[in-house]
Design a protein around this ligand. Sequence first.
Ligand SMILES: *[C@@H]1O[C@H](CO)[C@@H](O)[C@H](O)[C@H]1NC(C)=O
Ligand SMILES: *[C@@H]1O[C@H](CO)[C@@H](O)[C@H](O)[C@H]1NC(C)=O
Ligand SMILES: *[C@@H]1O[C@H](CO)[C@@H](O)[C@H](O)[C@H]1NC(C)=O
Ligand SMILES: *[C@@H]1O[C@H](CO)[C@@H](O)[C@H](O)[C@H]1NC(C)=O
Ligand SMILES: *[C@@H]1O[C@H](CO)[C@@H](O)[C@H](O)[C@H]1NC(C)=O
Ligand SMILES: *[C@@H]1O[C@H](CO)[C@@H](O)[C@H](O)[C@H]1NC(C)=O
Ligand SMILES: *[C@@H]1O[C@H](CO)[C@@H](O)[C@H](O)[C@H]1NC(C)=O
Ligand SMILES: *[C@@H]1O[C@H](CO)[C@@H](O)[C@H](O)[C@H]1NC(C)=O
Length: 394
Amino acid sequence: MKCSMFTFLFAASASASTAALPKVPAPGADGRYTLEAPGIRAQFIPYAATLTNLFVKDKNGIERDIVLGYDNASFYPVDPGHPVYNAIPGRYVNRIGNGTFSIDNVTYHTVQNDGPNTLHSGPDNWSFRVWNVTDVTKDSITYSIYDPAFSTNMPGRVEATVKYILSKNRWTIVMDAISPEAKTPIMLTQHTYFQLDAFAQPDNRTIWNHTLYMPKAKRVMLVDGNALPTGVIKDIPKDDIADFWSKPRKLGFAENKTEFQGYCGGDGACHGYNTNWAFDEKKKASDVALTLSSDFTGIKADLRTDQEAVVLYTCNWNDGKTEFKSTQGVADGQDKFIPRDGCVAIEAQDYVDGINHPEWGRLSRQIFGPGQKYHWESSWTFGLVDDDEPSGGV
Ligand SMILES: *[C@@H]1O[C@H](CO)[C@@H](O)[C@H](O)[C@H]1NC(C)=O
Ligand SMILES: *[C@@H]1O[C@H](CO)[C@@H](O)[C@H](O)[C@H]1NC(C)=O
Ligand SMILES: *[C@@H]1O[C@H](CO)[C@@H](O)[C@H](O)[C@H]1NC(C)=O
Ligand SMILES: *[C@@H]1O[C@H](CO)[C@@H](O)[C@H](O)[C@H]1NC(C)=O
Ligand SMILES: *[C@@H]1O[C@H](CO)[C@@H](O)[C@H](O)[C@H]1NC(C)=O
Ligand SMILES: *[C@@H]1O[C@H](CO)[C@@H](O)[C@H](O)[C@H]1NC(C)=O
Ligand SMILES: *[C@@H]1O[C@H](CO)[C@@H](O)[C@H](O)[C@H]1NC(C)=O
Ligand SMILES: *[C@@H]1O[C@H](CO)[C@@H](O)[C@H](O)[C@H]1NC(C)=O
């Protein structure tokens, strides 16, 4: 039993077939693996295949930790809030409408943990598991997960690997998965929360002054009061609340539009974005799909992805009681609380709830098996906002 499991595991990862988990170094005393490449340093833990720290240099040459997380690696598994900080939720990310889907006329019900819907596959989702680390080098780490059939009420076991690679100024993420025996939904993402100011701006810790440009994101999924797509995919007019395609804009450019309040669900209580944009069908995996930057630190992040959509969440639900890391902020005795709107999660993935919208034509990209291979690949390249090139106002 065990042997066949690992044979499949490594077949899925395209590594050499082997009967046992390879020996890997233990993490450091702080529970983290630390990887490095020119211009970038990052730390990872086995829990949820999580990135805990991501250091790049700002315009003054100061190293900044630009992702959310905790100082204490042991806190991730017990954190009651569980914001899925820079982890891999699965096997089907984001929402499943009414916790219901059908494959070949068989209807399945997943746990309704987000109003009437399922979020991130419900209980026992992949972001709540300690993954196996199967390889570590100075600039890469590889994880694997074995997800038994019906652990999240979805048919068929799934075996998946996630590989993080650092290279000059770049973080690359490669995910592979296979469902050997049955058709099942598979949709993954790296659920990365950014704060390019690393909370070092003394008087403003919100995300609204970050600049976002998504030249290839001209369509958006309309949603109901629970942030579930209604099925309508809208072409985004210039100056619409979702228009980050016509020019770079401050994330908060629409803060005074009436639709800003309630745009991200919560039955009207959520302001800002928890929004799914579809990229142009002609976008190539090598194109920059979006750029996030902050003039305060001058840090710029370019996303390239083979995915055809992206979800952005502007951290409306932060309750102001969680602290940022000791590697962030300014060391002058200020409090360390992350405010509402204090970050942005950027999640390259496929169309949310596409398994319930056959009219979108996404079934072949969201339902896999038996034996079909799922592949996901993205990279973040970090640089500085060009001094002579305006990053765009509102
Ligand atoms: C880290 O978190 C764990 C789990 O909550 C806790 O037991 C431990 O005391 C924490 N360590 C520190 C240094 O806060
Ligand atoms: C909605 O979910 C409930 C509970 O899982 C289920 O009984 C019901 O059939 C579902 N409704 C639809 C329209 O799928
Ligand atoms: C699903 O049900 C429809 C209508 O009864 C039928 O035509 C179709 O062949 C069924 N598909 C499968 C895969 O069983
Ligand atoms: C993931 O699973 C955990 C543990 O079962 C559960 O408490 C949580 O609600 C799930 N989280 C999400 C976001 O679905
Ligand atoms: C990690 O490997 C062990 C066997 O060594 C296996 O029992 C376990 O299910 C694996 N964990 C995950 C998350 O896949
Ligand atoms: C921070 O700046 C943004 C505009 O960039 C503004 O919307 C917000 O109200 C400010 N927040 C605070 C706490 O000053
Ligand atoms: C927002 O950024 C601009 C530069 O892009 C700066 O002039 C302005 O002071 C910032 N506003 C806040 C509230 O931080
Ligand atoms: C929104 O309105 C407030 C109050 O009038 C103003 O300070 C702020 O600059 C406006 N924001 C934008 C993006 O125009």
